[in-house]
Design a protein around this ligand. Structure first.
Ligand SMILES: NC(=O)c1ccc[n+]([C@@H]2O[C@H](COP(=O)([O-])OP(=O)(O)OC[C@H]3O[C@@H](n4cnc5c(N)ncnc54)[C@H](O)[C@@H]3O)[C@@H](O)[C@H]2O)c1
Length: 257
């Protein structure tokens, strides 16, 4: 038995970076995956790559997570393609740079909309599907930025802290309602994906830019997407059946300082 046999996972933001890595690791562990992204071509490319090795393992959907209508269409399509949904990975997200003096209302709102509101709307709409396919697991990708602050990440700090606490509230509601649906948050430190390109550029770009990020991390390297994926595979699997309302820091020790 593979670790995710029988799992049917919808992964948002799956066209690249962490989401694409999760899709690859899930498929390798026996899950079916619905790869969704506002970047439809990217989602299709990831699904095609997986289907080449395991025909029918993946389906791709064009999905803007801020759109309630998109969520309804994608949930129905993914449930049909996979025969239900019992894992939801709320991974799509964006960053925002700005401090209390420079952040704009537009950028603030966009960040909360994509990173936070989407998880509220999407999880609410996904619950009937998850209830139908219990045991189920909701995995919300927060960040160390939800736990420790940076003066230049005002909107992102607030968004990822909201994701952390929203995960606990969802988990408690499900547990108290008697659903076998768990919900946990994952908090990566800087991970080698396109989202950190602006941070690397801010530090002078290239190796020097990376070195500046790495300096803050006790284990002295960036996270690789798989480092985060191992935690997400565990949370999707029944190995984590007694784990809910928890936070998983994949952070090389940074939040201990
Ligand atoms: N890489 C890191 O250092 C890091 C650290 C902590 C947390 N995270 C979080 O991990 C998650 C994945 O980030 P990543 O590093 O893979 O970034 P990424 O930019 O490589 O990928 C994000 C994906 O989300 C998609 N996306 C953006 N807005 C969307 C929307 N409105 N609807 C649907 N899809 C949308 C993008 O098209 C992209 O494919 C994010 O929530 C991010 O905040 C990343």
């Amino acid at each position: 038995m593979a670790r995710l046999d029988g799992k049917k996972a919808l992964i948002t933001g799956g066209a690249q970076g962490l989401g694409a890595c999760f899709a690859r690791m899930f498929a390798a562990e026996g899950a079916k995956v619905a790869v969704t992204d506002v970047n439809e071509e990217g989602a299709e490319a990831v699904a095609a790559e997986l289907n080449k090795d395991q025909p029918g393992v993946a389906a791709a959907f064009s999905h803007d997570v801020v759109s309630e209508e998109d969520w309804k269409r994608v949930l129905a399509g993914a449930a049909e393609a996979m025969g239900g949904i019992n894992v939801l990975v709320n991974n799509a997200g964006i960053g925002s740079f700005g401090n209390i003096e420079t952040e704009t209302m537009d950028a603030w709102r966009k960040c909360q909309e994509v990173d936070v509101d989407s998880i509220f709307v999407g999880t609410q709409l996904a619950l009937p599907y998850l209830k139908d396919a219990q045991p189920a697991s909701i995995i919300n990708i927060s960040s160390v930025a939800g736990i420790i602050a940076d003066g230049n990440m005002l909107a992102y700090n607030v968004a990822k802290a909201s994701v952390w606490m929203m995960s606990k509230s969802i988990a408690l509601h499900c547990a108290k309602s008697g659903y076998d649906i768990r919900c946990n948050s994952v908090h990566p430190v800087f991970t080698r994906t396109p989202i950190i390109d602006p941070l690397v550029a801010l530090g002078g770009g290239g190796e020097e830019g990376e070195r500046k990020l790495v300096r803050q991390i006790p284990l002295k390297r960036l996270a690789e997407p798989e480092d985060v994926g191992y935690a997400v595979v565990y949370l999707a699997s029944d190995e984590s059946r007694f784990v809910t309302a928890s936070e998983f820091k994949i952070d090389g020790g940074i939040t201990a300082q």
